[in-house]
Design a protein around this ligand. Structure first.
Ligand SMILES: Nc1ncnc2c1ncn2[C@@H]1O[C@H](COP(=O)(O)OP(=O)(O)OP(=O)(O)O)[C@@H](O)[C@H]1O
Ligand SMILES: [Mg+2]
Length: 219
């Protein structure tokens, strides 16, 4: 697939050029590459936040271009969890409220109830149970990222996509967050991590390198 950004009065930006890739369920993959090489663009395509300019993206056997906006939004909400470098939490909400946010769109009452029951075990698993009622502003970076991971997991998605999830964290906290990702991967989640940190990339089972919009498997 390709992705071209056409900006008014500017040259088009060819952010992704002929990307051809297959990800298998249960993989733990790192995407590396210099700034501007297209990593975040690729992650957005994989997460169906954005659609390719040409080519197709098939997820679980389904061509994503055939889905309408509503079913795509539902699919994304159920099957894909996003984790960002800056955590993307709502600062003035409590930890609990942030994590339960994705359930707002859940129409099935029974499922919603069931998911809510998962909140505490999830927080315990991520070692932030005692912070359940804290405001996000009172947390450390590592704690904030755990909250973001909990929010990404609340709907029990199949895929986790993380864009430089440890970019704002120190070495020790990075190791802790990576231990969480590796554990989740062991439990069956497919995880894709964009990173500049080779220590992070080397803990993944496969490394993809983006280079000026092209994709290469790292040697
Ligand atoms: N919404 C957009 N509109 C126009 N151009 C964009 C847009 N998003 C990204 N680009 C361009 O596409 C190219 C790839 O950007 P992308 O954000 O994917 O890079 P990246 O590898 O994630 O970089 P970084 O490591 O700095 O986050 C860049 O040239 C960027 O300027
Ligand atoms: Mg980026």
């Amino acid at each position: 697939m390709t992705k071209t950004y056409n900006l008014a009065s500017k040259e088009p930006v060819y952010a992704l050029k002929n990307i051809n890739m297959t990800l298998n369920p249960g993989e733990l993959v790192a995407i590396i590459g210099t700034s501007g090489s297209g990593k975040s663009t690729l992650l957005r395509m994989l997460g169906c936040i954005d659609s390719p300019s040409s080519g197709t993206y098939t997820l679980n056997g389904k061509d994503m271009a055939t889905m309408n906006d509503q079913s795509l939004a539902n699919y994304r909400n159920q099957e894909i969890g996003f984790i960002m470098q800056d955590f993307a939490l709502i600062d003035y909400y409590s930890v609990k409220k942030n994590i339960l946010l994705p359930l707002m769109y859940e129409k099935k009452k029974e499922l919603k109830k069931q998911r809510k029951k998962e909140l505490l075990p999830l927080l315990e698993k991520l070692s932030i149970a005692e912070k359940i009622n804290s405001k996000v502003t009172d947390l450390s970076g590592g704690q904030k990222q755990r909250v973001a991971i909990a929010r990404a997991l609340i709907n029990d998605p199949e895929i986790l996509l993380a864009d430089e999830p440890t970019g704002a964290l120190d070495e020790q906290t990075t190791a802790e967050i990576m231990a969480i990702f590796k554990q989740l991967n062991k439990e069956g989640k497919t995880i894709i991590i964009v990173t500049h940190d080779m220590q992070v990339a080397n803990q993944c089972n496969r490394i993809l390198r983006m280079q000026d919009g092209h994709l290469a498997e790292a040697e």
